[in-house]
Design a protein around this ligand. Structure first.
Ligand SMILES: NC(=O)c1ccc[n+]([C@@H]2O[C@H](COP(=O)([O-])OP(=O)(O)OC[C@H]3O[C@@H](n4cnc5c(N)ncnc54)[C@H](OP(=O)(O)O)[C@@H]3O)[C@@H](O)[C@H]2O)c1
Length: 294
């Protein structure tokens, strides 16, 4: 069945592939971006395509884009929160302004867009909110303090949003891609740390070079991800979380085992921290008394 997709960040990278895949599958697509003319050029003109302006950090843009989508197609079935940037760097070298900007785009951006879309989905009593997180949303990585913080934020928000909107027929899904060959590591999408501390200088130079050398060599194919994502969305019972890429599967599996190990390591101590109920306390005092007498 044909659906209306609403995609953020469709001027470059994964957003373009998702928009193209949705059009190819016969869906209607609202592809949004900071420069709608670039979006239209990247996705390719199509009778089922509406390219419209949406900077995710601007709530008014989100309201206007949602209104344009409803005017053109009458509804929104699937929201894909895709737009993001990558703030690289060690925490102490990321300026407070840079850290805040990362949260504005990667965390508050999807909140702005979803806030504008949910009233439409509630009216429909149907909808699917899909948010592209990252492996960095489930595990911290070196040089990723700000990016991981923004993606961890998305994970907690989405896992909770699920309960808020389920009564209105709205589903949620998180996607955690591993490394995919998009433009995320290009200068237009990656922000390098503004501050510079002597203690970090050598590590920052080495790690920056390592990240830069990965650009264009990532194993994941975003066109394949886009097609697979559509198939997952089309399942009768789509999952709450979809881990995308062999590297992501291995990393998330490792994190799950690590968490279990951390729980197991202090199971008895962790489980012994409740207030003792009055009746239990009386029983234990009585036992102590008998022990003393006997
Ligand atoms: N590629 C990977 O390896 C990878 C791995 C894990 C997760 N992800 C996630 O996948 C998603 C897509 O990233 P990508 O790899 O496709 O990156 P990309 O090639 O750099 O594309 C990023 C897109 O986001 C847009 N964007 C950035 N800031 C925006 C804003 N304020 N408002 C609206 N659009 C904005 C960019 O538009 P402009 O052209 O206007 O800049 C661009 O269209 C992101 O959520 C990213 O975190 C990617």
């Amino acid at each position: 069945m044909s659906k209306v997709f609403f995609i953020t960040g469709a001027s470059r990278g994964m957003g373009v592939d998702i928009a193209r895949a949705a059009l190819a599958a016969g869906h209607q697509v609202v592809a949004t971006g900071r420069r709608p003319e670039v979006v239209e050029q990247a996705v390719g003109a199509h009778r089922n395509l509406l390219a419209t302006r949406l900077d995710v950090t601007r709530p008014a843009d989100a309201e206007a884009a949602v209104a344009a989508a409803v005017e053109r197609f009458g509804r929104i079935d699937v929201l894909i929160n895709n737009a993001a940037t990558f703030q690289a760097g060690y925490f102490e070298e990321i300026s407070p302004e840079q850290f805040r900007a990362q949260m504005e785009t990667n965390l508050f951006g999807p909140l702005n867009v979803t806030r504008a879309v949910l009233p439409v989905m509630r009216r429909q009593r149907a909808g699917h909110v899909v948010t592209i997180s990252s492996v960095a949303g489930l595990m911290g990585q070196e040089f990723c303090a700000a990016y991981a913080a923004s993606k961890f934020g998305l994970e907690g928000w989405m896992e909770s949003l699920r309960f808020d909107v389920a009564p209105y027929g709205i589903r949620t899904m998180l996607v955690e891609p591993g490394f995919f060959r998009t433009e995320l590591l290009e200068e237009a999408s990656t922000m390098w740390p503004k501050l510079s501390l002597p203690d970090y200088a050598e590590r920052t130079a080495r790690t920056t070079a390592a990240w830069k050398s990965m650009n264009g060599k990532q194993a994941g194919d975003p066109a394949k991800l886009a097609k697979a994502l559509l198939a997952v969305i089309e399942q009768p019972e789509p999952p709450l979380r979809w881990v995308a890429g062999a590297d992501a599967v291995a990393a998330v599996e490792g994190k799950a085992k690590e968490l279990l190990g951390q729980v197991d390591a202090h199971r008895a101590l962790s489980s012994s921290l409740a207030h003792v109920a009055a009746a239990d306390l009386r029983r234990s005092e009585a036992r102590d008394g008998l022990d003393r007498e006997g």
